[in-house]
Design a protein around this ligand. Structure first.
Ligand code: BES
Ligand code: MN
Ligand code: ZN
Length: 500
């Protein structure tokens, strides 16, 4: 794990394997830290700019060797792009790209580097936010899931990144930003770890064990309830999904109380399907392995509650994660079966592969029983949302405009993308059943929205927002803070929503 330090001083005077500076596109004579390094190198950076070898274009990374003129062995000049297009999101992505380049440059298996605070100079972004984005980007960009393989020969580590700030008045802000960024990135990486684990390792029981361990480490109250408890709670919808699996189901309940004098408590409900075969309505073999990540929503909820334990905001939050496999065992629920949810609603199961909404139904009922308001649920719920929005944004659906807008604002500030889908009541007609109160699927058309209407029934009159993260939960490419495998989205949005 890379350590991030903060130091007061002049970047050109600090020893390291590599010293990171930056350059906006079009700048001929760099100022600030980059200018100081340039002067110490006898104008080597300006010379490379004049030669056209360094342009400052967004994404450009150029190495200059210092030949002993400063204590650092090399200088990495990172292109910031056009100054009017520069944002905190770019600082985060830049830090991620830079961190991976520093790791690749390697040299000794353990490398160290110094950097200036990108964005806080002529870009005039808030220093604390820049420091936070650098810490987040560095730790998110360096993430690798290595639990089940040997290290490759050319895999180096970046041991230390030291942020060097010249202005003593800015140091406290840099330190605060780095601290918050570290907590947030570690939470997101924890959510990534959970979703990347194969389903034979991360059973519902193991998910609960890891959640409990992490909660204990930060002093947050944790409970894991078993099948017997679910039976006393009449959670027939969740139990109907669990019936096809030999793995016992668990309901994880995490309580963060940062404002004990207030009765207000926000509920986060996360889908915890540790593997989704589809059940009796079984999925095709192709890409079914991806369904090990069908607990990504639950993982994000757990990671968010753990982060709250470290950030300690003055709020109350309950995280609820119904966790089970969706398997086609001999006792499995069949299409046509009728289940009864905790609130008495009966559900005709048309397709056992629409299992996420079935477990969330009981999760939402329980959140209401606990007095949560508002309630956010997070789920890899429908393939349809990725047909609509691709892998750029998660879908938002809600029964309450104000809470929806608050989630949108939080996502924007946190650098995650989402977009609302309409919840016109006509869509709910597709869920009408002849034999029960609701069907669990509404057919192919508007499937992300009809799924949300199913959940809306269980949210009742509580302000509620549904985050459908299928589509953004895993990536097979690497750029900026995006790495291959689980994304850990929407941990940053949830933390921002709760702490702003
Ligand atoms: N877990 C899936 C949704 C999913 C699909 C997540 C692809 C990530 C990538 C969910 O349980 C599911 O199977 N949904 C079905 C619902 C349908 C049967 C109404 C879907 O979207 O096809
Ligand atoms: Mn499914
Ligand atoms: Zn699923």
């Amino acid at each position: 794990m890379t350590e991030i330090r903060v130091e007061h001083g002049d970047i050109q005077a600090v020893a390291a394997d590599t010293c990171v500076v930056n350059l906006f596109e079009g700048v001929k004579r760099p100022g600030g830290g980059t200018g100081a390094v340039d002067r110490a190198l006898g104008g080597a950076i300006s010379d490379a700019i004049a030669a056209g070898d360094i342009t400052g274009k967004w994404g450009e990374l150029r190495v200059i060797y210092t030949l002993g003129r400063i204590p650092a062995r090399r200088v990495l000049v990172a292109g910031l792009g056009k100054s009017r297009e520069f944002t905190l999101d770019r600082v985060r992505d830049l830090a991620a790209n830079v961190a991976r380049e520093l790791r690749r440059l390697g040299g000794p298996p353990q490398a160290d580097a110094t950097t200036i605070v990108h964005g806080a100079g002529i870009a005039q972004l808030p220093t604390e936010g820049c420091a936070e984005a650098i810490a987040e980007g560095t730790l998110l960009g360096l993430y690798r899931f290595t639990a089940h393989r040997k290290p490759k020969n050319d895999e180096h580590q970046l041991a230390v990144l030291t942020i060097v700030e010249r202005d003593a008045a800015k140091l406290d802000g840099v330190r605060r930003g780095v601290e918050r960024g570290r907590v947030i990135a570690e939470a997101q990486n924890f959510a990534r770890d959970l979703a990347n684990e194969p389903a034979n390792v991360l059973t519902p029981t193991e998910l609960a064990r890891r959640a409990g361990e992490a909660c204990q480490a930060v002093g947050v109250a944790f409970e894991a309830y078993d099948r017997g408890w679910m039976e006393t709670k009449l959670m027939g919808s969740l139990l109907g999904v669990a019936a096809g699996s030999h793995q016992p189901p668990v309901v994880i309940v995490i309580e963060y109380r940062g404002d004990p004098d207030s009765p207000r408590v926000t509920g986060l409900v996360g889908k915890g399907i540790t593997f989704d075969t589809g059940g009796i309505s079984i999925k095709p073999a192709e890409n079914m392995q991806e369904m090990k990540g069908d607990m990504a929503g639950g993982g994000a909820v757990i990671a968010t509650l753990v982060a709250l334990g470290r950030l300690k905001p003055r709020i109350n939050v309950i995280g609820i994660v119904p966790a089970t496999e969706n398997m086609p065992g001999g006792a499995a629920t069949r299409p046509g079966d009728v289940l009864r949810a905790m609130d008495g609603t009966t559900i005709e199961v048309i397709n056992t592969d629409a299992e996420g909404r079935l477990i969330l139904a009981d999760g939402l009922c329980y959140a209401r029983e606990r007095g949560c308001s508002p309630i956010l649920d997070v789920a890899t719920l429908t393939g349809a949302v990725s047909v609509a929005l691709g892998d750029l944004a998660f879908g938002l659906m809600s029964n309450h405009e104000g809470t929806l807008e608050a989630v949108r604002g939080a996502a924007e500030a946190a650098g995650e993308r989402c977009w609302p889908l309409p919840m016109w009541s006509e869509y709910a007609e597709q869920l009408k059943s002849e034999v029960a109160d609701l069907k669990n699927t509404g057919g192919r058309r508007a499937a992300a929205i009809t799924a949300a209407h199913f959940l809306k029934h269980f949210a009742g009159d509580t302000p509620w927002v549904h985050l459908d993260i299928a589509g953004v939960d895993t990536y097979d490419r690497e750029s900026g803070i995006t790495v291959k495998g689980a994304s850990g989205i929407p941990v940053r949005t949830l933390i921002e929503f709760l702490t702003r």
